[in-house]
Write a protein that binds this ligand. Structure first.
Ligand code: SF4
Length: 344
């Protein structure tokens, strides 16, 4: 039984346990958090632009600024997609894009304001630390000012996108133009102090070591000790059409289990059905995860990168996956509150 906070050395030893033993410890930790139900959310990820100046080596979604066929959604198209999402009972919109010089901060503010005026209950858990950095540079204003203007326009949460691995030697090899690990942490810190919640993600499979993953864990846990602003930790895997460097599902499951044990200060741990699929995601629930992510009505970034996207077609299918692991399911909102039929 894990009763005290684990340090890096202890975490490393835990990672070397057989999966079954590590999963048992993680499952006990989940129970100690009082997490009995497994949640999911209905949301839509709308990508306002696929133009990006960052040119990350693993990204199949973006196109460079000089591209002749960029996808830039008009405001009308974005609003139409939000209308469709709301009609399908979405409770959260993730509006995200590349780092596109043609989209200005005022455009995003206008979009957020319009959505919130039309649908005050929909939660805008949108953008990313890299976009906050981008708008700060383009507008020549501080991160705090960008975040406060967006919050004023309706932003309620900052997704953990762009964290990949928060170790700069890995970031330099895969996304040299992207924000550093310190900047990612700094922007989330400002978001938390500005009253936004955020999520922390980690993408494994870039050739990082367990020490690198634990460095990432530690940076997130330290910030959470300071601010308490992370609402969930979600480990993902990197798979691409051209590079099958990540094939080890045991490695993913052990990382989920270790994250459940390591993050004694973050309540929710997410399973990534989108990339690991319907066979493995329920097993992640037995390794301490208590959230299955979303019934995504639209997702383009991961879908651009992998050969086969795993997408449950309905809430019923996601609920059945959760039941297959022996858990009761519940729809949740962006803040991880259970939603019952009477709330809708
Ligand atoms: S991963 Fe994000 S920041 Fe990197 S190139 Fe793709 S869209 Fe741009």
């Amino acid at each position: 039984m894990i009763k005290k906070r684990v340090n890096i050395n202890e975490a490393k030893k835990l990672f070397n346990l057989p999966l079954f033993e590590l999963a048992k410890l993680a499952d006990q930790t989940r129970a100690e958090f009082g997490l009995k139900k497994v949640t999911y959310i209905i949301d839509r990820n709308i990508n306002y632009s696929n133009v990006c100046t960052s040119n990350c080596k693993f990204c199949y979604f973006s196109v460079p600024v000089e591209s002749k066929n960029p996808i830039r959604l008009s405001k009308e198209e974005i609003f139409k997609r939000v209308d469709e999402a709301v009609a399908l009972k979405a409770t959260q919109i993730m509006l995200q894009g590349g780092l596109d010089p043609e989209f200005r901060l005022k455009d995003i503010e206008e979009i957020f304001k319009h959505i919130k005026e039309r649908y005050p209950k929909i939660v805008l858990h949108s953008l990313s630390a890299a976009e906050i950095d981008h708008f700060s540079k383009v507008e020549r204003i501080s991160y705090k000012e960008v975040i406060e203007r967006l919050k004023e326009a309706g932003l309620q949460g900052l997704p953990g996108a762009g964290a990949e691995i928060l170790v700069d030697k890995i970031r330099e090899s895969i996304s040299p133009k992207k924000i550093s690990s310190a900047t990612w942490i700094h922007i989330h810190r400002i978001a938390h102090y500005s009253g936004l919640m955020s999520t922390a993600t980690m993408v494994i499979g870039f050739g990082e070591t367990i020490d690198d993953r634990l460095e990432h864990f530690k940076k997130v846990r330290d910030l959470q000790d300071e601010t308490g602003g992370f609402i969930a930790f979600i480990p993902w895997i990197f798979k691409s059409k051209s590079n099958k460097m990540w094939e080890n599902k045991i490695d993913y499951l052990k990382t989920v289990a270790l994250s459940r044990i390591f993050f004694d200060n973050i309540t929710n741990i997410g399973a990534s059905w989108l990339t690991v699929g319907k066979d493995v995601a329920p097993i992640a629930l037995l390794c301490g995860a208590n959230d299955m992510g979303s019934v995504m009505l639209e997702e383009n970034v991961v879908a651009s990168a992998i050969e086969k996207i795993h997408r449950p077609q309905s809430t019923e299918e996601l609920e059945s996956l959760i039941r297959s692991a022996g858990f009761e399911s519940s729809e949740r909102d962006a803040f991880y509150n259970f939603i019952s039929d009477k709330d809708l």
